[in-house]
Design a protein around this ligand. Structure first.
Ligand code: PEP
Ligand code: MG
Length: 617
């Protein structure tokens, strides 16, 4: 019977077109995340580009499509859960693209050293003064406890899974996931009879990458090979000095980078490399000053690496060495000072106090924000708690309580669904222009059950924490007129009465992200306790440029946005903060403070440097 049922199960086919909007293209890390996500569905999911159709779970095949910014592909889902898969993967992909920031390039200035210099591209800031040492890889063969190749592959996969889970909140986690997904692809699911066969298979993949935009991924294959070989008894290790040194290396594999940290390393000169390679990303996350150089360079007893100018000085004069030490001291003092002062109050030079809050998505990121000196949480994007499955009221209460226990001030944004963020288990009609459709509060007022449950969970968390000195704020997203707020607030009051919970200390406000609100501030002031400006959406709607658009980009720093912010703060009498990306941009800090904004909510890792910047305004 079951067999018959399965034959007649409805096989749906859903196709959608997705466009690469990240300047980095569809590269290994987002591909790996996408493949990992595609595996969660029963449907057969493929990616079609220029008449090539490849499985969405096969990382090497997707890489070989070489999809760059502006190109589109068709996502095809065939199966019982095709609709759900297509909806979820479409939104997941858009989020991947939006979060795949361009690698920040360091500004390089001209420095007047008297010694001859070589100039490269700086990728991790800092100054190093030490011998420049060429490190070779030493191979060692010990087959005593060696595993077979296929068992080694399994073990490396397990190790990568563990590393990914352990580092989930760090930038390196995506690299471990990428390597794990590469290893899970079909090319590694064969019986390898010997090392040669494994090497040949990997070489074939490497060949397909040569000359493409994704050439730097060759190192990832080499890295995987090295990790597999280690368990077959063939180890390759970089021989590192035990006194301070600047590493001069031809090619650094991602898995070598964490090992450098245990040695007295001062800096790295990469003879071949790219700012976007995974080794470079890891060097950045371990903060090891690094320059890439495309010039002849050799070992020397004394060298200076100065990333502010991208200079490498071989056998520098005493004057240059003194100068470099002075610069190094200032650099380190500044960095240490930012971190040390992260818990201190933040006042401008004229003594104006500014609150720096964090934007977070879950309990883990709340803990990270606490450690980085957040004065509170200005935006909990609660939809992240809802993405995988619908959380129960109890699960939500626990998460909100845990976060509220950490901070005196917590602003929870009610579920912000719609636009590019569908909920896999909620029914949202397909719309022509989803960013102009059933989003945020409009969705919540249609799905009142979800809103009621969330509000109840928040109220229960406040009751459980039971601390009158703490402030819980609830904020509704995408509000465009007063009626929406009135209706949402009424739902909140009714829920509180029904469950006999005192909510007199809870504040209710809105995200100010739809331009219509600017022209009704007086009316809103009569209703809301506070506003938080979502500059990401406000900019999108001011310029009528979709925030995920592949080729158009609205300028959040434009005088038009600043004029809107000026108008808002001049008009309202209610507390107001900014929680869009603009709040964390270095180029905006002084202007925002001068306009009168005194509460900025930003991604946690920006907090120490933003606080220091404010202290100098
Ligand atoms: C915003 O729109 O600026 C904002 C902070 O919210 P989100 O980016 O989650 O839409
Ligand atoms: Mg928004």
């Amino acid at each position: 019977m079951n067999f018959l049922k399965s034959i007649f199960k409805k096989q749906k086919t859903i196709k959608s077109t997705l466009t690469i909007s990240s300047a980095n293209g569809f590269h290994l890390r987002p591909i790996a995340k996408f493949a990992n996500e595609a595996k969660k569905f029963n449907s057969t999911i493929t990616i079609i580009s220029y008449e090539q159709e490849v499985a969405a779970t096969q990382v090497p095949k997707i890489i070989s499509l070489s999809l760059t910014k502006g190109e589109s592909f068709t996502l095809k889902c065939v199966g019982e859960d095709a609709e759900e898969a297509s909806r979820h993967l479409t939104s997941f992909f858009k989020e991947l693209m939006e979060n795949d920031k361009e690698i920040e390039t360091l500004t390089q200035i001209d420095e007047s050293y008297e010694s001859p210099t070589l100039n490269g591209i700086s990728i991790v800031p800092g100054i190093a003064i030490a011998p420049l040492v060429y490190c070779k890889t030493v191979e060692n063969i010990d087959t005593q406890k060696a595993l077979s190749i296929n068992d080694s592959i399994k073990l490396v996969k397990k190790e990568l899974e563990e590393l990914y889970t352990k580092n989930k909140s760090n930038s390196e986690a995506d690299i471990y996931l990428a390597h794990k997904e590469l290893l899970s692809s079909d090319i590694f699911q064969q019986d390898f009879k010997d090392v040669e066969e494994l090497k040949e298979t990997i070489d074939k993949e490497i060949e397909t990458l040569k000359g493409t935009k994704f050439e730097s991924r060759i190192d990832d294959y080499k890295d995987i090979l090295q990790q597999i070989l280690t368990h077959t008894g063939i180890t390759s290790t970089l021989k590192l000095p035990d006194t301070p040194y600047i590493l001069l290396v031809d090619n650094l594999l991602p898995s070598d980078v964490p090992k450098l940290v245990d040695s007295p390393i001062q800096g790295v000169v990469l003879k071949h490399g790219s700012p976007t390679s995974h080794a470079s990303i890891l060097l950045r996350s371990f903060a090891i000053p690094t320059v890439i150089i495309d010039d002849y360079i050799d070992e020397t007893d004394k060298a200076i690496l100065d990333t502010s100018s991208g200079d490498i000085l071989i056998s520098p004069t005493k004057t240059d060495i003194d100068k470099a030490y002075e610069k190094q001291k200032l650099f380190q003092e500044k960095k240490a000072q930012n971190y040390k002062n992260r818990f201190n109050s933040t006042e401008t030079l004229r003594g104006k106090s500014i609150k720096v809050l964090a934007n977070i998505g879950d309990v883990q990121s709340a803990k990270e924000a606490k450690e980085l000196g957040a004065d509170g949480i200005g935006l909990l994007r609660s939809e992240f708690l809802f993405m995988e499955k619908k959380p129960t009221v109890k699960e939500q209460t626990n998460a909100y309580r845990e976060i509220f226990e950490l901070f005196d001030e917590l602003t929870i944004r009610a579920l912000d669904i719609g636009g590019d963020k569908p909920l896999p288990y909620a029914h949202i009609e397909k719309e022509q222009n989803p960013f102009l459709g059933i989003r945020g509060i409009r969705f919540l007022l249609l799905e009142k059950n979800l809103l009621e449950e969330q509000l109840l969970a928040i109220f229960k968390a406040v009751e459980e924490v039971n601390d009158k000195n703490k402030t819980m704020k609830v904020m509704f997203p995408m509000v465009s007129n007063c009626d929406e707020f009135i209706e949402a607030k009424k739902i909140a009051i009714d829920i509180a009465i029904k469950h006999n919970i005192d909510i007199s200390n809870i504040e209710f406000g809105i995200m100010l992200e739809v331009p219509s609100v600017i022209f009704a501030i007086h009316e809103f002031d009569q209703l809301v306790d506070f506003y938080s400006i979502g500059t990401n959406d406000l900019t999108q709607y001011l310029f009528a440029i979709e925030r995920t658009h592949a080729s158009l980009q609205a300028d959040a720093l434009s005088p038009m946005v600043m004029n809107a912010l000026k108008l808002i703060i001049k008009t309202t009498k209610k507390p107001i903060s900014i929680c869009g990306e603009l709040a964390g941009l270095g180029a905006a800090t002084e202007t925002l403070i001068n306009l009168g904004y005194d509460t900025l909510s930003v991604s946690a890792k920006l907090i120490p440097s933003l606080k220091e910047r404010i202290r100098n305004v």
